[in-house]
Design a protein around this ligand. Structure first.
Ligand code: AMP
Length: 395
């Protein structure tokens, strides 16, 4: 796998696909700059080599050129983070972009306007890709967040740089982390899968059963498994049509020698509300009118033991409705267990949507080995799919 450090960018114009799809407030200020900060090492390496950077990204889901989705809003923030002036082209293709790219000197940065102002971007249009490609003489993909999309700037463009393309540092880290969990893992390997629904995690579960020694199932998914085994789950969230599937997963796990750990007790509430009345009950004896919204104390003790005996840990999905303070304890406790295991030498990867939000909210970000920056891309990787953006660089 060729990475940035295999190349010297002196005198080169690197066309870098970054993921600057950052959240903005109503004053168009960046409210979370993580994605910009994550792209910094790649940009700085190229500048320090004596190259220049042409940055391309999407922002949101515009319908045509809508000013609210303009990347010009983020220019001050990018300058702030990189400590370098950032030039801006108000169209990612065409004369303005071509002239700005031509005039770019070593050490300079040009940011192109939102790629998705052209429908050809998501359409994966070859001609549009070629126009983008003409702006630079080297292609770097550092946008893990969109690596699962075969868009013009993430995938199709790579064909115009057969010998001069590579991953950026962020992509490299993401790919390495997934590899450390799924392929080159130190045993015992544990996957913790929480979140709301079995249906959204089923492909991941099926893929990882061949890779893990332990599987913790938590969160809303729990109740489909418990009901399928004959337990009473009261009004807890459940996918009735996935009960067969849940039993089949348990059977497959047994056949593969994977130990499955389910909650034994839960915090049940008489309403889906933070101020609801609560009681701790066995997971399979939840009374009617009550619903399990978080893991109980015995469960957390069990999970802590499992986590701390493992050397590789993947965490996807919260153990309860962590958005409500009174049902966040399980997720926080699991985070603490994973932090402790990490301190003792385990490799821990947190990936996919809500678990990343939880990890950040509760301050575990620096206490786990790696927090993935890509929601959908991470989930698809865990499902065992080859992402088109990654394949296009390796081809
Ligand atoms: P996911 O995106 O599949 O990881 O699901 C995350 C969501 O699952 C979060 O918004 C949680 O509030 C929700 N969740 C976790 N546990 C439960 C539960 N016991 N009942 C209902 N929702 C839950």
């Amino acid at each position: 796998m060729k990475t940035l450090n295999d190349f010297n960018f002196e005198g080169k114009k690197a066309l870098i696909r970054v993921d600057f799809n950052v959240p903005l407030n109503d004053k168009f200020e960046v409210t979370d700059a993580t994605r910009i900060v994550s792209a910094k090492p790649t940009i700085i390496k190229i500048l320090e080599d004596g190259g220049s950077c042409i940055l391309m990204s999407h922002l949101g889901r515009p319908k045509g050129a809508q000013d609210e989705f303009s990347l010009r809003h983020i220019v001050p923030k990018v300058e702030d983070i990189l400590g370098v002036e950032v030039k801006f082209a108000s169209n990612c293709i065409g004369q303005e972009a071509e002239e700005a790219a031509q005039n770019l000197k070593p050490g300079e940065i040009l940011l192109l306007e939102n790629l998705r102002f052209h429908s050809e971007e998501t359409g994966g249009d070859v001609e549009f890709s070629k126009q983008l490609a003409s702006l630079g003489d080297f292609y770097v993909n550092d946008a893990f967040g969109t690596a699962h999309r075969a868009h013009a700037s993430t995938t199709i463009i790579a064909q115009f740089f057969p010998e001069s393309k590579c991953f950026g540092f962020l992509m490299e880290k993401e790919i390495d982390s997934i590899d450390k969990v799924l392929n080159n893992s130190e045993k015992p390997v544990l996957a913790v899968l929480g979140g709301a629904k079995v249906s959204s995690k089923i492909t991941i579960i099926e893929n990882i059963l061949d890779k893990v020694d332990h599987l913790i199932v938590g969160g809303g998914m729990t109740y489909t498994f418990v009901k399928a085994q004959g337990g009473s789950i009261g009004d807890s969230i459940c996918e009735d049509d996935k009960q067969e599937l849940a039993l089949d997963i348990l059977k497959q796990a047994k056949a593969k020698g994977v130990e499955v750990h389910l909650p034994v007790d839960v915090i049940a509430a008489n309403d889906f509300a933070n101020n609801a009345e609560t009681q701790i009950v066995d997971v399979d004896k939840i009374p009617d009118g009550w619903q399990g919204l978080d893991a109980g104390p015995k469960t957390l003790e069990n999970f802590d033991k499992v986590v701390n005996q493992c050397k590789t840990i993947l965490w996807n999905g919260p153990l309860g409705v962590f958005e409500m303070e009174n049902f966040a304890k399980g997720t926080i406790s699991l985070g603490n267990s994973i932090a402790e295991a990490t301190k003792n030498g385990a490799f821990s990867l947190v990936g996919g949507g809500d678990s990343v939000a939880a990890v950040k909210q509760f301050g575990f970000e620096d206490k786990v080995s790696y927090v993935s920056t890509g929601g959908g891309a991470m989930l698809e990787s865990l499902e065992g799919k080859t992402l088109p953006g990654i394949a296009a660089i390796l081809e």
